[in-house]
Design a protein around this ligand. Structure first.
Ligand code: UN1
Length: 508
């Protein structure tokens, strides 16, 4: 790990505020990054104070007119080079993500791959930021719409995808002509610094001024400054519903725009017509991958009564084979939770399940002893519950899987939708009627609805996000880019008269 830290010029104490290649002085408190893998301190970061935050925003403000004047395809070319930078650094960055966040090495690499993919997507997009043309109701008139950049995009990201979610936002925002100020999770500050170094090098090589890519590492207050800051027209926030509600309220209070990607409570419906072997892979990866810390993690399995017992047995034997341990060792399936607070929340949820009457078929618990010194390794567990339990209605960011039995598909869909969150959902069935009902407007109410794959692992090409308490925002693919631009309707009169719309006569 030492050579990776050196590679990204990470020292013992690092500045947490940057405008590109410049790293600013700040008197903010020190944030210690320790690895959940082995509990060791990786490095320390000096958090942003208000003055350093303001300096970063001023730098972004200065850079904006210069950046937006560069044609979009040229901005796309610069983003292409960032993708190349990420390709070169995939191994080092993937390892650092795995070590600082605790996800498996495969998933660390996968996360960097997701960043590379969004760069490629953004390059193509840079020539496709198109609006529509309409037929005017007036003779000699032309009407069309175009998209202009917004200005500064504030990005608040979470620890679980410490770098990919930033890239979904920033790569699109950059081709759209915006400049970005990123507040990463204070739990994963070093991966953010590594990304900033990769990006800043590319911007500098292209004579792009400081300020197009700013980094503001800080605690909650830095996010609050951003939410309240009128200089930031769009705040894109990923994290808990509690955080999202407070960001949304503050941003709405100044009539700014927010793009929210918040909690999920994702279910897979396993019908009597499911391929149970395929369902098992989808369910187990969905529930224990990233130690249950994806917003798309499978939290609930809604299983038809006719296959319930058989599927439960399969799950229990699959869970027995799970290897929990160092995520950098590719033999292991499950790494640690992010920190001790997450372990506490996991234990409290297990108690809450029991208190409400849930029955564990695979017991949980914290692992200790050699290899588990960080105290962050927990056993993935499975409980039989009822959907209405308070704890089941709540997203616990840990590998706790709930089993719920159903008899009719209508009932299963009602259970799947019967939670406050609406991010991802899936049905396992080989029956066309069941699949189509699930995808119809009478089916899943989530932003993502899959057939015969699990709830997690969405591709970047689709719009990513969800409904209800998930916040309603869409990031990444499809036309999610529109959130980073302002739409303008233009009507041009090339006739010799000035006819009014709606047939109004105004003679004088
Ligand atoms: C998140 O957990 O915030 O669909 C994002 C997935 C990943 C992204 C998850 N591509 O699981």
């Amino acid at each position: 790990m030492q050579n990776i830290l050196q590679h990204f010029q990470l020292g013992e104490l690092n500045s947490g505020v940057s405008t590109g290649n410049s790293w600013l002085h700040s008197n903010g408190e020190k944030i210690v990054s320790s690895s959940p893998v082995d509990g060791k301190v990786i490095g320390t970061v000096q958090a942003a104070d208000r003055a350093a935050y303001d300096a970063a925003i001023s730098s972004a403000q200065k850079a904006y007119p210069i950046w937006k004047a560069i044609p979009a395809p040229r901005r796309g070319e610069i983003v292409r080079q960032i993708g190349e930078g990420l390709r070169k650094n995939k191994e080092a960055l993937g390892k650092l993500v795995s070590y600082e966040m605790g996800k498996s090495l495969q998933e660390g690499y996968g996360e960097v791959q997701e960043m590379i993919d969004i760069c490629d997507f953004a390059v193509g997009l840079s020539r496709q930021l198109h609006g529509l043309t309409m037929h005017s109701e007036r003779p000699g008139h032309r009407m069309y719409e175009q998209y202009h950049p917004l200005g500064i995009v504030g990005i608040i990201s979470a620890f679980n995808f410490p770098v990919a979610v930033w890239s979904w936002n920033s790569m699109l925002a950059w081709v759209c002509g915006d400049v970005c100020v990123w507040k990463p999770s204070e739990k994963t500050p070093l991966t953010a610094i590594a990304c900033q170094r990769i990006t800043a090098e590319v911007f500098a090589a292209n004579d792009v001024p400081e300020g197009v890519s700013c980094l503001v590492i800080g605690n909650r207050d830095a996010g609050e400054w951003m939410a309240a800051d009128e200089r930031v027209p769009l705040v894109s926030a990923t994290g808990s519903t509690r955080m999202g509600k407070s960001v949304a309220a503050v941003v709405a209070g100044r009539l700014g725009k927010s793009l929210l990607e918040l909690g999920g409570n994702n279910a897979i419906i396993i019908t009597e017509n499911a391929d149970l072997d395929m369902s098992l892979i989808g369910a187990v990866f969905g529930a224990v991958g990233t130690a249950g810390q994806r917003c798309t993690t499978t939290r609930r399995l809604i299983i038809h009564e006719s296959v319930y017992d058989a599927f439960k047995d399969k799950l229990v034997s699959a869970y027995k084979q799970l290897r929990i341990g160092d995520p950098l060792d590719q033999h292991n399936h499950v790494g640690p939770l992010i920190d001790q607070d997450a372990v506490k929340a996991y234990l409290a949820s297990i108690e809450a399940v029991k208190a409400e009457g849930g029955k564990f078929v695979v017991e949980g618990g914290v692992l200790s002893g050699a290899g588990y010194e960080s105290g962050c390794y927990v056993k993935p567990c499975i409980a039989e519950v009822e959907n209405h339990y308070k704890i089941v209605q709540h997203e616990t960011f840990a590998p706790i899987l709930y089993l719920i039995k159903y008899s009719t598909l209508d009932q299963a869909i009602a259970l799947q939708n019967g939670v406050p969150q609406g991010l991802s959902s899936a049905i396992m069935t080989l029956n066309l009627r069941e699949a189509e009902q699930f995808l119809s407007n009478a089916g899943s109410d989530c932003g993502i609805a899959n057939v015969n794959i699990g709830t997690s692992g969405a591709e970047i090409g689709g719009a990513f996000g969800g409904e209800k308490e998930t916040g309603g925002g869409r990031e990444s693919g499809s036309d999610a880019w529109k959130a980073y631009m302002r739409r303008q309707t233009n009507t041009i009169n090339y006739s010799t008269k000035l006819p009014l719309a709606q047939g109004i006569k105004f003679d004088f």
